[in-house]
Design a protein around this ligand. Structure first.
Ligand code: GTP
Length: 337
């Protein structure tokens, strides 16, 4: 685990020196000498703990704390007020602004160390719980809940920037037959291998792979158009072909294959989405495209772009993209799912 990062905020350099000396060895220490500097530093790199003077020359420490707590990216960072205020009303003010603890000056070094240690322990635990809550236990990839958050965030970003947002929805073909033939533990292992193939096919840190449920995965590709998304789908299918995981009871191929539905949201320009368009429309379109890929014979990709405010039926806009070199490519239309 990385060393925790502590931000010390005080307009008195002597005070910063004393605290830094007392906390030496407990983490990486940075400092700021006014409220604006403190806010700039927490945005630049999110710390694990902030020690905050209530009385700063520009904006008050209470205001710094309030602004941090209002920002979802910073809300979990514990803040300890280190201040000359002694009145219970001031302590209450700090706690109401979102502070985790309160230390009065002049500080006792052992007390400072003990309280910092407690808050760092709580922060480490919170980080672990947050990571567990966002992760699928079987594959180690993001889970549905985490995907839902990413979709909301990236949808808003696409509207802000005018950049396209693509979504792949991917489902293992004939997976019930796989489980029935090889057993559930082997089925679990197969899902891990599919997740690895998908994960290894992603090149940008902003791409989000998640297990959507059962044997279904999604990949959210910010700033990616239809052809970029098709490339990703082709890479995943190619890796699975190379992995050649035997699937003796598949009616599609002798190895494990996936069907992929792609939906792309191309905002026409930066600004609010057209009325009636919501992120759920993207998942719906990808799901419809996936259904079309299954209907068309599996082991292939279909794509549907969201162009209009009014949802439209999937099939007419669908674009079949059989994966290359696979037996399914040579099939005409596959049987219905
Ligand atoms: N081993 C294992 N199986 C799972 C898991 N989650 C879902 N499944 C199984 O996945 C299978 C999905 O079957 P269906 O939805 O009928 O689809 P399919 O057999 O893949 O058929 P097509 O999608 O039409 O190609 C079911 O048998 C589920 O029990 C899991 O975590 N582990």
């Amino acid at each position: 685990m990385n060393a925790p990062e502590l931000l010390l905020v005080d307009d008195d350099p002597g005070m910063i020196q004393v605290m830094a000396g007392a906390l030496k060895g407990m983490g990486r220490i940075r400092f700021a000498m006014d409220g604006h500097q403190a806010l700039a530093k927490v945005h630049e790199h999110v710390p694990d703990l902030v020690l905050l003077d209530g009385d700063l020359p520009d904006i008050s420490g209470f205001e710094v704390c309030r602004r941090m707590k209002a920002d979802p990216a910073l809300a979990d960072v514990p803040v300890i007020f280190v201040t000359g205020y002694l009145e219970p009303a001031d302590e209450l003010r700090g706690l109401e602004a979102g502070a985790s603890d309160f230390i009065t000056k002049p500080i006792s070094e052992p007390l400072l160390v003990a309280r910092v240690r407690t808050q760092l322990r709580v922060k480490a635990l919170t980080d672990t719980l947050r990571a567990v809550a966002a992760t699928d236990g079987l594959t180690g990839q993001a889970n549905r809940r985490s995907f839902d958050e990413a979709l909301q965030r990236e949808w808003a970003r696409a509207n802000r920037t005018g950049q396209p947002l693509a979504l792949l929805m991917m489902d293992v073909d004939h997976f019930k037959a796989y489980n029935d033939h090889y057993g559930h533990p082997a089925g679990d292992d197969c899902l891990r291998r599919v997740a690895d193939a998908a994960s290894d096919s992603l090149r940008r840190p902003t791409d989000v792979l998640a297990r959507y449920g059962g044997e279904e995965f999604v990949v959210l590709l910010p700033n990616t158009d239809g052809s970029g998304a098709e490339d990703v789908a082709a890479r995943i299918q190619s890796r699975l072909r190379d992995a050649a995981l035997p699937h003796a009871t598949s009616q599609t191929a002798d190895h494990v294959t996936v069907s992929v539905g792609i939906a792309v949201y191309p905002p026409r320009s930066a600004g609010p989405a057209a009325p009636g368009l919501a992120p759920e429309r993207l998942t719906q379109a990808a799901d419809e495209a996936l259904y079309a890929a299954k209907q068309a014979g599996r082991d292939r990709t279909w794509r549907q772009d969201i162009l209009d405010a009014q949802p439209s039926p999937a099939a007419p806009g669908g674009c079949p993209l059989p994966s290359t070199d696979s037996p399914a490519t040579r099939d005409a239309q596959g049987s219905a799912a």
